[in-house]
Design a protein around this ligand. Structure first.
Ligand code: GLN
Length: 296
């Protein structure tokens, strides 16, 4: 017979220290296992886990200790004001990336919405959409800012990632978004049947980590193809900045996320390719995170 008194209580679990697992992951994981909201941990500290809850809890802790992020265990991650499904095919949305969403919305509000009285339809492209967090958050806000005006296109090379992104669009009730499988812009090239589309805004959180970066050890559960780029981490950003010039309207905006130490290099890439008003924006932790520029 199981000795009930050995079953851990919530209070005991909260006090325990699990090496390599941030304490908020422990609490969030506990809430997930118990299917309760945060207040339960305060009001019901004496609650003792059932055997199956205890097994699930401990198995998850062991997985996190060996490098699985919490979001892959729960299958979800909050980003912006929305919730996103994630799995091993997608990068886990980072709070730092919200600064890209926020500033691009601000730019659109200042430059597109207020500047343009004819109400023409507008297009936004997200390259390397992954879970879809950037494209879907922007589409969600643009629908409020300017109902039915913006058409959003989200591209990824990975078909399994696109399946996740499509489900995330449905989960968040965002319908004015199309998903395409493509190696960056290649699917958008002119063909005899279709004209090359032009976008008012192009955004991307591309891979930008250097192959031998020690930081990668901590990210081993996430898809390397979404993280690592050649040419000191700048290969994909260069390709995007170069090719985006063929897909932006005159005065259109390109905004890319990059590493905390890449601001100056990315500004130079933008300037070399002829972008104007090139500027780097810091994330909420005070690190260079996004560079943008206007083309034409
Ligand atoms: N910002 C992520 C990290 O450093 C990487 C994201 C990316 O490569 N696009 O953890």
């Amino acid at each position: 017979m199981t000795n009930l008194s050995l079953r851990p209580s919530i209070t005991a679990l909260k006090k325990a220290n699990y090496s390599n697992v941030p304490s908020h992951w422990v609490t969030d994981w506990l809430l997930y296992v118990l299917q309760k909201s945060a207040s339960f941990l305060i009001t019901d500290g004496d609650y003792q886990l059932t055997e199956s809850e205890q097994i699930q809890f401990e198995t998850g802790i062991a997985q996190m200790q060996s490098g699985t992020p919490l979001a892959y265990l729960t299958g979800k991650q909050a980003f912006w004001s929305l919730e996103f499904e994630v799995n091993e095919h997608t990068l886990i949305p980072r709070p730092d990336t919200e600064v890209l969403v926020e500033r691009v919305l601000g730019w659109i509000d200042n430059h597109v919405q207020s500047d343009d009285r004819n109400n023409s339809s507008k297009r936004l492209l997200d390259l390397g959409t992954g879970s879809g967090c950037i494209a879907i958050s922007l589409a969600h806000e643009l629908q409020i800012l300017a109902p039915n005006r913006w058409q959003v296109t989200a591209i990824d090379y990975s078909q399994p990632a696109l399946e996740v992104a499509k489900r995330n669009a449905n989960l968040n009730d965002v319908s004015h978004i199309e998903f395409k499988q493509s190696d960056w812009f290649s699917v958008l090239k002119d063909s005899e049947a279709t004209e090359r589309p032009l976008f008012d805004v192009i955004v991307s959180n591309p891979p930008y980590i250097v192959n031998n970066d020690q930081h990668l050890d901590k990210l081993k559960a996430e898809p390397l193809s979404a993280l690592v780029a050649p040419d000191n981490g700048l290969g994909d950003i260069k390709q995007i900045a170069d090719q985006a010039r063929d897909y932006l309207i005159h005065g259109g905006l390109l905004a890319v996320e990059h590493g905390y130490d890449q601001g100056e290099l990315v500004r130079q890439i933008f300037i070399d390719f002829g972008y104007d008003q090139v500027e780097t924006i810091k994330d909420y932790g005070g690190n260079d995170r996004v560079t943008w520029g206007v083309y034409g």
